[in-house]
Design a protein around this ligand. Structure first.
Ligand code: DQA
Length: 143
């Protein structure tokens, strides 16, 4: 089972950006955590991060026929990108939304998630653990 994990803009700044909200661990630490979690579940995983909406859309489109499921934290594009929503709907792979912080208890503009409309389940406010929960969900869902 091959899972694509997509992280959106500024997730590469983890550790530096607003540590009170996003924690002190780096993006490299997140990738290591995801790889270890996937290995424990006997899942193949690829991690992709981009600050560019179009690059994320291209990556989602290219996942069709290659991956079995998607875990996505679209970061700020969560709240703006109908293009990412349409791409997820377009390829129809099972997708799970993850946010490190709890988007429902922050500024009101973060409560809208377009990408979430194409996802089967969302894990928010759990930090790195949300990605593990997403992988566990997809493992069960695809088995
Ligand atoms: C985020 C929440 C978004 O609102 C924000 O723009 C991010 C990160 C999260 O993981 O908590 O960049 O997706």
């Amino acid at each position: 089972m091959k899972i694509l994990v997509i992280n959106g803009p500024n997730i590469n700044l983890l550790g530096l950006r607003e540590p009170a909200i996003y924690g002190k661990k780096s993006y490299a630490a997140l990738v290591e955590y995801i790889q270890k979690s996937a290995a424990a579940l006997e899942l193949e995983v690829e991690c992709f991060q981009s600050n560019h909406e179009g690059a994320i859309v291209d990556k989602i489109q290219a996942a069709y026929g290659v991956f079995d499921g998607i875990v996505i934290n679209p970061a700020a594009y969560t709240h703006t990108s109908i293009a990412i929503l349409d791409a997820l709907k377009g390829i129809g792979l099972p997708a799970v939304e993850v946010h490190l912080s709890d988007i429902n208890t922050r500024e009101s503009f973060r409560r809208i998630s377009y990408a979430g409309l194409a996802c089967e389940i969302s894990y928010v406010g759990l930090g790195f653990e949300g990605y593990k929960k997403a992988l566990q969900y997809l493992k069960k869902r695809l088995s």
